[in-house]
Design a protein around this ligand. Structure first.
Ligand code: CO
Length: 151
């Protein structure tokens, strides 16, 4: 099911999200809906609070593949990259954001099993952006110059 994506101004986007403790059918249904919603919106990532659910779950869809990250935590962040970023919750805007160029995260999958991954470049940017959502942070808080996107 495709969900409506919450837009900036909604307080759910500013919450510190709660850890996921139940890896059950309800979580799986939410993740399936987040995937469908992300693909429909043609985005690179979506965090649960963006569909109104303040829990620590994000999905990312990039060249490297499709990933579901539950309770993700940075192990380290290295380097620096500057680049354009947008957000499905801040429609029609883009801004330049400085992010690490390489990150390592530990996370759980939808069954609760633990994994880690290393991401570089745009993949790293997407992870940083989505993990910020779990702490109520939007890229516009960090962007140097938020402007209208030229579609
Ligand atoms: Co976003």
């Amino acid at each position: 099911m495709i969900w409506e994506i919450v837009q900036v101004g909604d307080p759910v986007l500013r919450k510190k999200c709660e850890p996921v403790t139940r890896f059950d059918g309800q979580l799986h249904a939410l993740l399936d809906d987040m995937k469908e919603t992300l693909i429909h919106a043609e985005g690179a990532g979506l965090a649960a609070p963006q569909v109104g659910v303040p829990i620590r779950a994000v999905v990312v869809n990039v060249e490297e593949g499709y990933f579901e990250l539950i309770n993700p935590i940075f192990v380290w962040q290295k380097g620096e990259q500057r680049g354009a970023e947008g957000c499905l919750s801040v429609r029609g805007k883009v801004g330049t954001v400085c992010r690490p160029s390489k990150v390592k995260v530990i996370f759980q999958d939808r069954k609760g099993d633990k994994y880690s991954l290393v991401a570089r470049d745009f993949f790293a940017r997407a992870i940083c952006h989505e993990l910020d959502h779990l702490d109520g942070v939007l890229y516009t808080d960090k962007a140097a110059n938020v402007r209208d996107a030229e579609d």
